[in-house]
Structures are given as C-alpha cells and as structure tokens.
Design a protein around this ligand. Sequence first.
Ligand code: COA
Length: 534
Amino acid sequence: MNTARRDAAASDSRASNRAAYQALIDDLLAARQAAWLGGNAATRERHVKRGKLLVRERIDSLIDPGAPFMELAELAGEGLYEGVAPGAGLVTGVGLVQGRACMIIANDPTVKGGTYFGMTCRKHVRAQRFAWQHRLPCITLVDSGGAFLPDQANIFPDEGLFGSIFHNQVGMSAEGIAQIAVVMGACTAGGAYIPALCDEVVIVRGQGYMFLGGPQLVQAATGERIDAETLGGALMHSRVSGVTDHLAENDGHALAITRRLVGELPPMPPLLRPRAPVQAPARPVLDVHELIHPDPRKPTNTREVLRCLLDGGELTEFKQAFGDTLITGFARIDGWQVGVLANQGVLFTESAIKATHFIDLCCKRNVPLLFLADVAGFMVGQQAEQGGIAKAGARFITAMSAAAVPKFTLIIGGAYGAGYLAMCGRAFKPNAMFMWPNGRAAIMGPEQAATTLAMVKRQNLEQGGQSWSASDEEAFKAPIRAQYEAFADARNFARHLWVDGILTPAETRPTLSLLLDLAARVPVEPTRFGVFRM
Ligand code: COA
C-alpha cells in the first residue's frame, strides 16, 4: 500500500472508531437521563404539586452555587427492578456545601415512594463507606417508605444491607464524622432510625414525618386510631418527643438550615499532599475515542491513551525496558501526583516483579496509585510456570492489596481473571473504581469461556463413546459467548455496583482530580506488607 492509501485507511479507521465510541457514550447519556428523571411524569407531577422539590433540585439547593456534584453509582439497579429507573431510587454523591466536601445521600420519593430495594441498601452503604474513608460529613435527605417489602431477602438479613446503614452511622459519628439528616417526607419503620441515629436532624413542617409504625400498623397492633401528623409529624417531634432538632417551613428552608449546620462544622482538613500547577495533556482527551477499536480483540496503544490523560502527557517511566507489558511511572493528573500502573499486554513474571517494586516505591513516598486496567490476565504455560509466575503474581497482589496509599482503578479496556484482580479489582477496596464505556471485566473472555466449556463437554462425550459435530459444538458455544459478553459489559458492572460508575474519557481527569483532592486530606498509615514469596 502506498503512503497516501495507508494514510486514508488510517483516517477511515480513526473515524469509524470515533463513531463507534460516540454510540457508546450516547447510550450512556440516555441511561443517565432516565436516572436523572427518576419516577414517571405523573409521579413527579404529584410530588411537585405537594409543594416539594424533586430530588436533584434539593441537591442543587443544598450545594454551593455552581459547585460540581460528583455522583456515584447513578446507574446502580438499572433494569433490575420492573418500572424502576436506573439509580434504585437513591441519589448519592459528593458536593461542596459551604466550601466543605460532603457526602449527600438523597431518596427519590418519585421512585416507588423512595423505598429501599436490595441495590438501594448497597448503594447507601457504599456511599457511607466512601464518606468514612474520606472523612466526609454525611447529609441524608430522607423521603422514603423504608423497605421495599417484596425484596426483603436482599434488604434485611445480611451484612452490607439496611442494618449496615445504621452501623456505619454509629461508627462515623463516633469518629467525629458529622451525620445530618433532613426529614422531607416519609420516614417509616426501620427507616426512621436513619435520622434518629444522626447527630442533628432537620424536619419540614406538614411534610416530614417519622415513626416506627405508621397509623395503620398502630391501629392493627394496639387499636389506637391516629393520623400521621399527630403520630410523627414535625411539630410533635420538634416540641414533644425531641427526636428532631430544627423545624423548617419547606424544602428550601430545610436546606438553608442544613447549609448553616454544615457551616458550623470544623473546617475541612488541610491538604497533606502538594498540588503542582496544572498542565493540559499532550493530546486532546477526545482522541481516546479514536484510539480504542470497537472490536475488543484489537489492542489499544496505552502509551497514547496516557498522553491524553496525564498532565503534559508526561510519565516519568520506571523500568521502561523491563517487563514492558506493564507501564509504570510517576505522573500528574490535574496537578496531583500519581503512581501509574497501566497494562500494555499480558502480565509476565517480569511485569509482576516491576509492579511490586513500583508499588513499594509509591507506598514509601506516599504517592496514590492509579491502576489503568486493560489486561487479558497473567501469562500461562510451562515456561511461565517454570519462571515462577505464580509467586511473582502473588507478590504483585500482596503489594497492591497491602498498599495503604489511596488507590484508584479505571478499567479502560478488558480486565480479565487474575489480571482484573491484580489491577486493584473491587475486592481490594480501591478508594473508587470506574469503567470507561468500552470497559469489560470477567473471569475470562467470551471465546475462552466458550472454548473451555466446549472442551470439557467434548472430552466427556468422547469418553462415553459419543461424537460431537462441529455445528452442535458451535450451537453449544454461542449462548456462552453471549452470556459472557453481557456479563462483562460496563453497564452490567455499573448496574450491580461492581464499580462506582462509568466515566467518559472526558470526565476522567476532573473526576480523578476531585478524588485525589479528597484523598489528599486523609492521613495515611505506613503500609505493612504481608510475606513476599521470593
Ligand atoms: N414496599 C413496597 N412498595 C411500596 C412501599 C413499600 N414499603 N411503599 C410504597 N410502595 C409503592 C406503592 O405501592 C406505589 O407503587 P406503584 O407506583 O407501583 O403504585 C409506590 O410505592 C408509591 O407509593 P404511593 O403510596 O402511591 O406514594 P405516596 O408518595 O403517596 O406515598 C409512602 C409514599 C412511602 C409514604 C407510602 O406509600 C407509604 O406509607 N408506604 C408504606 C411505608 C411503610 O409502611 N413501610 C414500612 C417498611 S418496613
């Protein structure tokens, strides 16, 4: 091919990559739009006619004008509950209130009365854990019918569900992490303990009420006939029971009081890590769209991706010529120093050794780790095993798991098997974990899973003296491939809260910058590694 034809082909492929990536982003934005709307039009209208603000209007009134709101898990629960918009009836995220970063947890009463599904519980708990780790005051805007009763198996019995919300409140309050609730609507049964366990409670007159048992339950249990307002309304709780501390006239007033309460908290902790002057990346971040091929089997040039993300596109690379399927080095994102670990192929013994050494350096220097995962896994086969890949991989996992510095994970391609885990998968509790819209993760790729299962089946059939035609084998493999593809999809990970959300490439630097700012205010304990097998 001559140069002109080669250039034209490259430009066509960049354009088709861009178009395919834009389609992924369009899908993501449509799902976000559904999450932002919450309940259907009739329910929203009924809510507004009651004189209440919609959940996102409440958040807008609470945070500082023009300040960003970093939403977490906005697509959790997508498609899991019939007739329920993505988000599981809860909005969670970090916003600035009186210049202080706070975790805001807000029920959306237009979604099934703001009740808690299993995913709503997990999302609330995840938001609390993030808040606890970063020592962020929690502001809970309560307007909820409590448990979504048909889903009790996923709400009631286990750790990480409704009861953990209370447990986390108690733990955070004990550590001086402020807990503020604003009762803006229903707050029934177990749900009433959410404000009751807060340090300070605001309630809206004629609108907010809280009780352990509603009027119907009270009548059934004791025969007493009583209306909701008398039983648990704002005036009763503010004047008689003393369950609430501040009486507001409406949503806007309640949120103004809450802002004043936040203003009385101790100041935001200072930065413990310096921030350098910000530089733009060497390449426009939207170039990422053309660097990623729609066919996930086509490799991505990670070094070029880094040039779109890092300040000045600069990476002070560590051991550049050794274990080169893992890129490691120091860089800055929006002025914040990070230790980058980014895949460029399968992990070999050398790459694992290099990762271990680099993580140790970052821990000694208190540099946050940024894992950019795009990895098929660790190398397999006789040569790799004889080279001790199992112990090199174990050292990598030991270092990554024990590292006490802040850790952030972004899946920028496919992250499979132990490769996903070693690149700080969810089990290793990164401070936050996101995927790009093209991101995928699974135990193995669809083709490998289908082939592995087909080989096992063929072996069994042949041992029983039966044959298996190529077409029957293909019919067996096709649904396995489809199932693995659906599982691995970024939207599936976001739906199940296996990641904190999906970020577009353009959202990546601002989000990481905010996260690094929050993490820079939390003192880090020295890292204590487990035994390194040599
Ligand atoms: N479990 C399951 N579904 C519930 C529910 C619950 N605890 N509470 C409300 N819902 C559903 C309703 O059936 C309705 O569903 P639909 O939209 O499919 O018809 C939807 O949520 C909205 O409820 P609705 O009563 O129409 O809205 P509202 O804004 O007038 O009132 C509540 C909302 C939450 C105040 C009211 O529904 C209520 O009091 N629910 C019972 C609360 C309770 O006793 N909880 C105990 C939990 S331990």
